[in-house]
Design a binder for this molecule. Structure first.
Ligand code: MG
Length: 389
């Protein structure tokens, strides 16, 4: 079997006016994704998805990655990943056994495009094997705990919002440190207090700062939140300040989580060496696809760090994240977005199986999902940024 064609399709889902709201990231006016298709000469087609600006991802796939992947056997998924990562130096890199990344491919949107192609290669490979993708990776479970990822409500309204997630059956829920009422330590503590009332003592509660605080404020906030039994404090400081994150971790009893904006095992290696985190959150569509996230899972497990994959995007990204969760022994929980995301819930013919707080693995071959006939028309790409300020 050979890969015959690789294509990238930019997609968007505009957010209707009445669903728009301002957060620390700005006002979200649309969601973007790039659907990747890997077609083979045997008639099988795999799908993947990439984060990053869709027209740029599409240009990278078309002008750079496609030529490197066409003609390869999808069973050689490690070789295909290394070929994309090492670029023109892939032959000496594999002969010498030394990674020799192409200058521009180590991080950023090119790595996001590589991740998208890699997911599609794994989809087609496991379809050819006739087994679900997570079993091709090496299965460890058929279901994993999911956590409700939301929590934007201001002030005491956080109580009802978080209680709603528990009522859906979730045994863990995450809220944003910056609510719709903006940020101060007092405002955040009030919202967390309300959220804890809404959840009771038995549902885990996590908080996420999106890397928006400076070290001193993050430490002060963490200490104020310690009485509320927080399961993790996510991205307390900028992802470019690993040393600062380690400082926050040393200053609080709350476990520290991060990783959604990191690329490849090399970024995680730095976080681990600095002892900056307790829970790693690589995004399969950013960190390097199935091939690289599996290496990240193994690396983090050697440091006693658990895996909670970041999953915020299209249905393809969520499906890929499910397979990661089913195959990584140190994965304990998976993010289930509670935001407005039609590309997560209306892209596939088959629904996701989420019951009683558990996300269940699809049992069909490959990724296990097919794109709806009307989806490409419905999610036609719209130019412009995802956030307005
Ligand atoms: Mg986050």
């Amino acid at each position: 079997m050979q890969i015959a064609k690789v294509t990238a399709i930019p997609m968007s889902a505009p957010v209707p006016n009445e669903r728009r709201h301002r957060t620390d990231l700005g006002t979200k006016v649309k969601s973007d994704a790039t659907l990747i298709r890997v077609e083979t000469d045997s008639g099988l087609t795999g799908i993947g998805a990439a984060l990053g600006s869709p027209p740029i991802v599409a240009a990278i796939v078309e002008h750079e990655l496609s030529a490197e992947v066409v003609g390869e056997d999808p069973m050689f998924s490690e070789r295909i990943y290394e070929k994309m990562y090492n670029g023109s130096r892939s032959t000496p890199a594999l002969q010498r056994g030394v990674a020799q990344a192409d200058e521009s491919r180590r991080r950023g949107v090119i790595m996001e495009a590589i991740a998208g192609v890699d997911i599609a290669v794994w989809d087609v490979k496991s379809q050819a094997l006739g087994i679900p993708l997570y079993q091709a990776l090496g299965a460890v479970r058929r279901a994993v705990r999911g956590y409700a990822s939301g929590g934007w409500a201001p002030g005491d309204a956080a109580e009802a919002e978080l209680a709603g997630y528990a009522a859906k059956g979730f045994t863990a829920a995450k809220m944003r440190v910056v609510g719709r009422d903006g940020f101060s330590i007092a405002k955040c503590v009030r919202r967390v207090e309300a959220a804890r009332r809404g959840l009771g003592r038995d549902v885990e509660l996590m908080v996420d700062a999106h890397g928006s605080l400076e070290v001193a404020t993050a430490i002060k906030l963490a200490r104020e939140l310690e009485p509320f039994d927080i399961a993790w404090f996510e991205e307390p400081v900028s992802p470019d300040d690993h040393a600062g994150q380690a400082e926050v971790r040393r200053s609080t009893t709350i476990p520290i989580a991060s990783g959604e904006r990191e690329f490849t095992r090399f970024d995680f290696q730095d976080l681990l060496e600095r002892r900056a985190l307790d829970i790693a959150q690589p995004d399969v569509a950013r960190a390097g696809g199935m091939t690289e996230i599996r290496r990240i899972a193994a690396l983090t497990s050697a440091h006693g760090v658990r895996l909670a994959p970041h999953a915020w995007g299209s249905a393809v990204l969520f499906a890929a994240s499910i397979h990661v969760a089913m195959a990584a022994p140190n994965c304990h929980i998976l993010e289930v977005s509670q935001g407005y995301m039609p590309m997560m819930w209306e892209l596939f013919n088959e629904p996701f199986d989420i019951r009683d707080g558990l996300v269940h693995a699809p049992e069909r071959p490959g990724l296990g999902f097919t794109v709806r006939a009307d989806a490409l028309d419905k999610f036609r790409y719209v130019a412009g940024p995802e956030f307005e300020f």
